[in-house]
Design a protein. Structure first.
Lengths: 225, 875
């Protein structure tokens, strides 16, 4: 009898080329409104000329085992399935935004047009058809590793087995037990992740590449100062 | 940050092109804006200027999002064209809408993966600002006043203008100018049919020097195909293949495997910290245009240390080991350090590391090394490193060959095909640049507008397609626009485009094109699996409104011009043309080859051997029929169909072999072609790939910088800015300067500077060194750039193309119309576009091409994009 799948994602940052294919595929797949993100790629330029290096960090929902969003939801609209995916029930979600405030990873937004919360669910609508999440399918450098962690032969299981000792999670002290694991993580990039709100669209503006800030003012706000 | 720094600095020198000025006073009889155009009848007039607010149907209601139901989707294989890499794709179509794109797993190069640009293709299909009807200019050119006309009238106008040229015996006064069309076969057929040789392209702005260097060295003018998956060492001179490059992700994904699954090292030379440089094992920033000096020094290191493939050099290189050593003698690492700034010890070390990985190593280039005055020889010097390493055609080495283009013999177009025109003009064949058109038609496109202005060639009819010359050409918003708007110089301009672009704005007739997801074509690229393949571009949906693909426009126009041309277009439409091209493709599991292509999208002959090169292949008895050998050189000659005798092979090791397609059939360090062509142009050149400094960079005053340009991983020239998911990521392009430069000038990130550019020196166009122009731009202070370099990206600073391109949130301000499928506005563009400068965003960026001088490199005509001398002043 086939076992129940438990979906898992790992990111091999050594291979990542910062190409944004994952985040654009995600936008197209899930029609994520401009200015809001299920997944986002961060850049960080480190060092002094001529010793400079560029780091990338693709982010998404960490499908936390102890998900703060789930606990914060007043309408019980968020659940973690046996398959390891944290999902939002859009039928009962009223867009109150507590989940977005609770998320340590900037992974949730409240859709301003539809007034419901939304986040990465590993493209749950694709999985029954045997299709990988849109980001994973398109990743040119094979940096995104996805599969059924209950199947020892899956890509993600083999990746976990091969690199187990090297794998880390983002913000391990978040007490959320995040499940997406990274290889080659540049820990400083955590500083770019927003706390309690969705990824800021301005956090990829080029002026921010050499910074580790997560808070941005709009040009209009700056102009008022 | 100061308030002025974040706000977009309006450029005052373009009267009608400002981002969004006050609404233009409307005349009563003139309709305006998109909502009006939706109901615009044939014969009615409309004003379309950027920046004009108008009303249109309200944005779609925000219903609960329903995930794509892939069980209901039809899958249509096709070929991407959001850049020139042309990846095989599959479109998922639900209710006549392309909801998602993915890579075609059958494509040998990209498989299931496509890049961000490829993924963004869905933005085009139901883009609310698509051109939908033919439009004829009503007011002054560039005023933006248009009348909707029927296609019959559009064809009649085109036919009248073209037939006038034909009747006057001046077919060459019909000029065709296109960018990345991927229908050049149909374009050429049309131009041949009317007898005009004037087909202008963009190669001199792109890859000319690289192709010329490959051609001079190995006789193959296409891009090399590095076997990156199997390599151990990659020496990259100025390619940013992590973000762009022809063969972008085809190459990239194999480099990633080579590096992280096969242990290859990647060393990059680039003046700017591209993503490629930023993720290489080592990054060196040479002074611009000194890559050839570094490569020659590396060659010297390899030969001095004896770390080179003596067998290969002795057999296959057209000079002896001793001659080569003598030639390289002056080029020591210390000498190269003095020119490039790259430490001699690093040049020495990297050269030996590279050499010791031979033959599984490859040195390769792109514009960083070749878009220079001396770029042709820079690239020849880099290619030479592969010859020394004996890596040419080896697993893990520098490979070339199969399948870079559609071979008419294998994929025959319908008969009869028109003959090539005998006449020539300076416009498409400038005699000053003899290497430009020697093997492929490269033209020297950056000179086209100057030549038209100086009437070195007369143009009566100017046809443009996939051409964004006002923003992508050097001297774009200056000379280019001045010529485009001058009705005496260009009496008639018809533009085919999918959006109301800056090129279309200066046209007399706008022909609404089908987007690449809505049209036909056979396509291919050099195969990184080293076996040629062909892919089919086919419509995933019908084009909206009255859009017609430009190929079909030309075919229909060819039929309407008269019986002399019509006979070349009797085959039907573009689909019929492509069907004919597929007739030799095996039917496989389908009724015929065309249907096979429609179902699978990609075909490759599995019986054909994998081929990383062809030079060592032994010639067959059949191939040697009627051949003769020159005893002195061993070169084998054969009479071609035209009666001329050409070399076709060479005796090496007692066997007749294919050899390189150079005159000597060897790898040519000394190029007889260069000697001959230079002499024809009155230039002196001894044929060796010598390093020559860039004249404008000699004795450079300390306050002068070199202005360079670059591409983003999410944009392709002028064509992607309208795609919201791409412009959301990159919409702004401040000028990169090094922190040391910033300190000297008292600048901080966000400050405005005035950048002033100077014309080139030496043997090139208007080589006066004089000031060309100035623009104001915000700076970005970074550690990731050479201190003597300033860098600005292309692709941005658009003034046309819709709200995503010009960074305007709100009801649509431009763009001619929608049909029932594009019924309502896009709430993203109307309500969510956050980078609008008026709404506190950073805006649509800058386009500095107006002050980028036209500077064709000697011999080849390659635009020297990365040579421009500039100065900066705090504004």
């Amino acid at each position: 009898m086939p076992h129940e799948p438990r979906y898992a994602m790992a990111v091999d940052l050594e291979r990542c080329t910062g190409c944004h294919a994952c985040s654009v595929a995600c936008k197209a797949e899930n029609e994520v409104p401009l200015g809001h993100f299920r997944t986002k790629v961060y850049y960080y330029d480190e060092g002094k000329y001529p010793q400079v290096r560029r780091w990338f960090l693709p982010t998404l929902c960490m499908q936390c085992a102890d998900a703060p969003c789930l606990k914060a939801c007043p309408t019980d609209s968020i659940a973690r399935g046996d398959d390891g995916i944290v999902r939002i029930n859009v039928q009962t979600c009223n867009g109150n935004g507590r989940c977005e405030e609770a998320c340590p990873y900037g992974a949730i937004y409240v859709d301003p047009l539809r007034h419901v919360a939304d986040k990465c669910d590993f493209c749950s609508h694709r999985l029954p058809l045997g299709m990988a999440p849109a980001c994973v399918e398109t990743c040119p450098s094979e940096a995104l590793v996805f599969g059924d962690a209950n199947d020892p032969e899956s890509r993600v299981s083999r990746f976990h087995a091969r690199y187990d000792a090297e794998l880390e999670v983002l913000k391990p002290d978040s007490q959320a037990d995040p499940q997406v694991r990274y290889r080659g993580l540049k820990r400083e990039l955590e500083g770019k992740l927003p706390q309690g709100r969705n990824h800021d669209p301005r956090s990829y503006e080029i002026d921010s590449w050499a910074t580790l800030q997560s808070e941005f003012k709009s040009g209009r706000e700056e102009n008022r100062e | 940050m100061s308030s002025s720094s974040k706000r977009r600095d309006e450029t005052p020198n373009e009267a009608e092109g400002c981002h969004r000025g006050p609404a233009v006073a409307r005349r009563d009889f003139v309709k305006s804006g998109i909502a009006a155009l939706a109901s615009l009848a044939v014969g009615e007039t409309i004003r379309l200027t950027p920046g004009e607010a108008s009303e249109r149907a309200p944005a779609r209601q925000a219903d609960a999002r329903v995930p794509h139901d892939y069980a209901k989707a039809s899958q249509v294989p096709s070929v991407c064209l959001n850049c020139s890499t042309v990846c095989g794709i599959v479109g998922y179509v639900i209710d006549d809408r392309v909801v998602k794109l993915a890579g075609n797993p059958l494509d040998p190069n990209n498989g299931r993966t496509i890049c961000a640009k490829g993924q963004a293709g869905v933005c085009i299909n139901d883009y609310p600002e698509r051109l939908l009807y033919p439009l004829a200019r009503v007011g002054r050119r560039g005023e933006g006043l248009w009348k909707r006309i029927a296609w019959d009238e559009a064809y009649a106008q085109l036919a009248e203008r073209i037939n006038k040229c034909l009747a006057e015996g001046t077919p060459e006064q019909v000029a065709m100018h296109y960018g990345r069309s991927r229908i050049s076969d149909v374009i050429e057929r049309f131009m041949n049919a009317i007898g005009s040789p004037v087909i202008l392209n963009h190669r001199a702005l792109c890859s000319l020097n690289k192709r010329a260097a490959n051609y001079a060295s190995i006789g193959d003018a296409d891009w090399e195909t590095v076997d990156a998956e199997r390599t151990k060492y990659l020496l990259n001179f100025g390619s940013n293949f992590y973000e762009a490059h022809q063969g972008h992700i085809h190459f990239l994904k194999r480099v990633i495997r080579g590096r992280f699954d096969n242990g290859a090292k990647l060393v990059t030379f680039d003046v700017r910290l591209s993503n490629t440089a930023g993720r290489s094992d080592e990054w060196f920033a040479p002074f611009p245009g000194t890559e050839g000096a570094i490569a020659l020094a590396m060659a010297r290191v390899m030969m001095t240390a004896g770390e080179f493939d003596r067998d290969f050099v002795s057999r296959w290189v057209n000079v002896s080991v001793e001659e080569l050593k003598r030639f390289l003698e002056p080029y020591s690492p210390e000498w190269a350090e003095a020119r490039s700034g790259v430490p001699a010890r690093d040049i020495d070390r990297v050269a030996l590391e590279f050499a010791r990985c031979r033959p599984a190593c490859a040195a390769f280039t792109n514009r960083g090394s070749h878009a220079h005055y001396n770029g042709f020889n820079n690239d020849r010097a880099v290619v030479l490193l592969n010859a020394l390493a004996g890596s040419i055609g080896q697993p893990g080495g520098y490979c070339y060959g199969p399948g870079a283009r559609i071979d008419p013999a294998e994929f025959p177009p319908p008969e009869p095909a028109p003959p090539k025109p005998a006449r020539r003009t300076d416009l498409e064949d400038p005699p000053e640049y003899p290497l430009a058109n020697l093997w492929q038609k490269m033209k020297v496109g950056e000179l086209a507008y100057d030549f038209i202005q100086r009437r070195r060639a007369l143009v009566q009819v100017y046809l443009t397609y996939t051409l964004g010359s006002p923003t992508t050409w050097p001297e774009g918003r200056s000379l280019t626009v001045a010529v485009l708007r001058d009705e005496r110089l260009i009496p008639f301009h018809a533009c085919s485009d999918i959006v109301y672009s800056e090129t279309a704005h200066y046209a007399d007739l706008i022909l609404p094109d089908a987007a690449y997801l809505e049209r036909w074509g056979l396509d291919t690229r050099n195969s990184y699996e080293f076996r040629p393949y062909v892919a089919l571009r086919q419509p995933m949906t019908a084009p909206p409104g009255e859009c017609v693909s430009f190929a079909d426009v030309l075919i229909e126009l060819g039929r309407r011009l008269g019986p002399e041309t019509a006979r070349y277009f009797a085959f039907g439409n573009h689909a019929d043309y492509v069907r004919h091209q597929c007739k030799k493709i095996p039917a496989g599991d389908c009724a015929n080859g065309f249907e096979y292509m429609q179902r699978h999208g990609v075909w490759s002959d599995p019986t054909r051997p994998v081929s990383r090169s062809e030079f060592a292949r032994e010639l067959t008895v059949a191939e040697l029929q009627g051949a003769r050998t020159d005893e002195a050189t061993g070169v084998i000659y054969q009479q071609a169909a035209d009666g001329a005798e050409r070399s076709m092979g060479i005796w090496i090791d007692g066997a007749p072999r294919r050899g390189f397609r150079t005159p000597s059939r060897k790898f040519e360090v000394v190029s007889s072609t260069v000697i001959e062509q230079a002499a024809n142009a009155g230039l002196e050149d001894d044929g060796w790939p010598r390093y020559t400094p860039i004249p404008a960079h000699e004795d450079l005053p300390p306050d002068r910088l070199i202005l360079t340009t670059f591409k983003w991983n999410v944009h392709t020239q002028a064509r992607t800015a309208p795609q919201k998911y791409l412009s959301e990521i990159v919409h702004d392009n401040p000028l990169w300067i090094n922190s040391e430069t910033a300190r000297r000038l008292g600048l901080r990130s966000g400050d405005l500077v005035e950048v002033t550019t100077y014309r080139p020196k030496g043997n090139t166009y208007r080589a006066t060194g004089e000031k060309l122009g100035s623009e104001r731009i915000r700076v970005f202070v970074t550690e990731g750039i050479h201190p003597r370099v300033a860098a600005v990206s292309n692709s941005l600073g658009q003034r046309f193309g819709g709200r995503a391109a010009i960074a305007h949130r709100g009801p649509s301000a431009e763009g001619p119309a929608f049909d029932e499928r594009i019924l309502s506005d896009d709430p993203d563009l109307a309500q969510m576009l956050w980078w609008d400068a008026e709404e506190g965003g950073s805006g649509a960026g800058y386009n500095l091409n107006g002050i980028m001088p036209i500077q064709p490199a000697p011999l080849t005509g390659m635009q020297c994009w990365f040579d421009t001398v500039c100065s900066l002043r705090k504004a």
